[in-house]
Design a binder for this molecule. Structure first.
Ligand SMILES: [Zn+2]
Length: 158
C-alpha cells in the first residue's frame, strides 16, 4: 500500500467484522513450465489464491467470487477458505477473528486490529478532536484551530 493510499484510509467509513469461512474453487495443477491458460485466467479473476505443494504439483484454492466456472476443472468446496490478509501488514487473520473492513460502496480494504488502530483510529481521533474544538464539520469547511475558531464555508451549497 502506498503512502497516498495509507493517508486516505481514515476518511473511509469502517466497520468491525469477523470474516466467516468462505467457499473456494479448488483444483490440482501439475508441475509444468508454464501455467495452463485456464489456471492463469482463474488466478487473475479471483482476488486471492493459495498454492499448496503436493505430490507432482499443487493443490490450488481460488477464493470463490460466485461466478460461473468450469466444473470439469474446478471443484467448489464450501468453507475451506479460513483466513484473510491485512491490506497493510499482510498478516494472516484467521476466520472469525475481529478485524476492520470498509463499509460497502467504497474501495474494499480489510485491516488487522493493530493496523486499524495505527492507521485509522489514531487519525480519526485527531480529526474528531479538531472537529469538537472548532465546531465545524461539513464538506467545504476549512478548520484552523491554531487561529482560533476560523471557519470558512464554501460559497456554494452541496
Ligand atoms: Zn495489519
Amino acid at each position: 500500500m502506498t503512502d497516498d493510499e495509507l493517508s486516505k484510509l481514515p476518511a473511509y467509513r469502517w466497520m468491525p467484522s469477523r470474516i466467516p469461512l468462505r467457499d473456494a474453487l479448488t483444483t490440482f495443477v501439475a508441475d509444468a513450465p508454464e501455467p495452463e491458460p485456464i489456471i492463469a485466467e482463474m488466478s487473475s479473476r479471483c482476488r486471492e489464491t493459495v498454492w499448496f505443494q503436493v505430490e507432482g504439483g499443487h493443490r490450488v484454492l481460488f477464493l470463490y467470487d460466485g461466478g460461473v466456472f468450469d466444473q470439469s476443472r474446478f471443484i467448489l468446496e464450501p468453507k475451506v477458505w479460513d483466513y484473510d490478509e491485512c491490506a497493510i501488514c499482510g498478516e494472516r487473520i484467521p476466520s472469525m477473528t475481529l478485524c476492520h473492513v470498509t463499509q460497502p460502496k467504497q474501495p474494499y480494504f480489510l485491516l488487522c486490529e493493530q493496523c486499524y488502530d495505527r492507521h485509522v483510529r489514531a487519525h480519526a481521533k485527531i480529526n474528531s478532536d479538531l472537529i469538537s474544538a472548532g465546531g465545524c464539520n461539513s464538506i467545504g469547511v476549512k478548520l484552523d484551530v491554531r487561529a482560533g475558531l476560523v471557519c470558512s464555508f464554501a460559497p456554494w451549497r452541496f
